[in-house]
Design a protein around this ligand. Structure first.
Ligand code: GDP
Length: 438
């Protein structure tokens, strides 16, 4: 079942990022970075009273000028409404209630999404600051005073969020549906691909139980399976707003990726891998999602018998952190190889869900350490005691060893490659955690 998602929405400078950091706490610092990839820390996992959930900071992309603020907030709220389980609407006690707060509150009310109203910068402890009362005017219920700087009130805030999480199993109808995010820079052909797919396949319904809260998702099924294309309504009917506020493309992509099982990363055959593609692909990689690299507009370029191989090499070089992702060359315009995408989606989705027994893993480990000795330093040699899989999507392995310092990155890479050589795990990143024991 998908994890609940809490989205923090609010005017610029109300303290969204600071609250985000406070709620997420220590966890941010333990997220590993992929070399060459920068990801704005918009998304993180958090835990409260036994509930694990994701938090997204919809800030980080604040508008430049005042005139943009309202448009910005509307878009931000729209995205949160589409994707979040609970929306935290953050206001500022120092500035007080503003007209744009009221406007966004109305939007949130109309959406019928669970909303938790929090009022930040309530830094003093002690008797209730009467300034808080005006926030009742928003019609969003009791305002919770918080101080993102000091952490006061964050417990109450999280309690209020958790109350809105669905009970276990509420969304089970969606279990056999593969959720797919189509991502890529503007004009790479995302809408065209979705239109091609939905136009060709029989669209059954867009109102499966459990998908109602995501009215922008497109559901369909064919003989290969059931699929939910995430966040595609806006893509199908291109709105002008999207082009104007391009800043949102990263947030949109991030949210779609987090909800997806499989990402289709589109690359324009005319341009090859660009910096923006690297960034988009990095988001999928860091989110630990199964991915397929889809080179679109294959019809539009001049090619000979080497073109495909050359492009494949270029992609492998430019996106060296995701050599696990299969590459497919398509044309959304002519439909060339579009049907093949479904088999690939099923395949990488299954690969990401693979469970490997501890016995199997350890025989691969024994083999690997016999073939290439583990590193040593000043007479002390790395000993890997054993390895076990602790999670799927992506497959996550924990290695217990005598000295984590000695388990260099290159040796981790080597072990990862040995695992991949044996078990495949094609299309999915894998996580390796090193634990020191004894
Ligand atoms: P999006 O911004 O990623 O959704 O991109 P669009 O689907 O709007 O496509 C941008 C432009 O590329 C449009 O003019 C499309 O007609 C064109 N396009 C999309 N896919 C293909 C393709 O496979 N071949 C060619 N030649 N053009 C394409």
């Amino acid at each position: 079942m998908a994890k609940p998602l809490v989205a923090i929405v609010g005017r610029p400078n109300v303290g969204k990022s600071m609250l985000f950091n406070k709620l997420v706490g220590q966890r941010l610092s333990i997220v590993e970075d992929t070399p060459g990839v920068t990801r704005d820390r918009l998304y993180a996992e958090a835990e409260w009273c036994g509930h694990t959930f994701d938090i997204v900071d919809t800030g980080g992309i604040e508008p430049g000028t005042d005139s943009e603020i309202l448009t910005f907030m509307r878009r931000q709220a729209e995205i949160a409404i589409q994707n979040a389980t609970v929306i935290v609407f953050l206001c500022d006690i120092k500035t007080g209630l503003t007209a744009s707060d009221q406007e966004v509150a109305n939007m949130l009310l109309r959406s019928r999404k669970p909303v938790v109203l929090a009022v930040n910068k309530a830094d003093q402890v002690g008797p209730t600051n009467p300034d808080i009362y005006e926030f009742y005017n928003l019609g969003l219920g009791d305002p919770i005073p918080v101080s993102a700087v000091h952490g006061h009130g964050t417990g109450d805030l999280l309690d209020a969020c958790v109350q809105h999480f669905p009970e276990n199993g509420e969304e089970d109808e969606l279990d056999d549906v593969v959720k797919v995010a189509v991502i890529g820079k503007p004009n790479v052909g995302k809408s065209s691909l979705i239109n091609r797919i939905l136009g060709e396949e029989r669209v059954i319904v867009s109102n499966v139980a459990g998908t109602t809260r995501d009215a922008v998702d497109s559901y369909f099924e064919n003989e290969t399976g059931k699929y939910l294309f995430i966040d595609t309504a806006g893509m199908r009917k291109k709105s002008k707003v999207d082009d104007r506020i391009e800043k949102f493309s990263v947030l949109r992509a991030t949210m779609a990726i987090e909800r997806a099982d499989v990402c289709l990363i589109l690359i324009d055959a005319n341009e090859g891998v660009t910096e923006q593609d690297t960034k988009v692909a990095g988001l999928a990689h860091e989110a630990g999602k199964a991915s397929i690299l889809v080179v679109n507009k294959w019809d539009a370029i001049e090619k000979d018998d080497k073109t495909m191989d050359r492009m494949r090499e270029d992609i492998r070089r430019d996106l060296s952190y995701m050599t696990y992702a299969p590459i497919v060359f398509i044309s959304a315009m002519t439909g060339q190889r579009v049907p093949r995408l479904f088999e690939l989606i099923n395949y990488v989705n299954d690969q990401a869900a693979m469970r490997i027994t501890t016995g199997m893993l350890n025989s691969v480990l024994a083999d690997a350490t016999a073939r290439v000795q583990p590193p040593s330093d000043k007479g002390r040699r790395l000993k890997i005691f054993y390895m076990t899989q602790v999670g799927i999507k992506p497959p996550h392995f924990v290695c217990f060893c005598n000295d984590a310092q000695l388990f260099h990155f290159s040796y981790q890479r080597y072990i990862e490659n040995q695992i991949r050589n044996t078990f495949g795990l094609e299309g999915t990143p894998i996580r390796l955690t090193i634990r020191q024991k004894g």
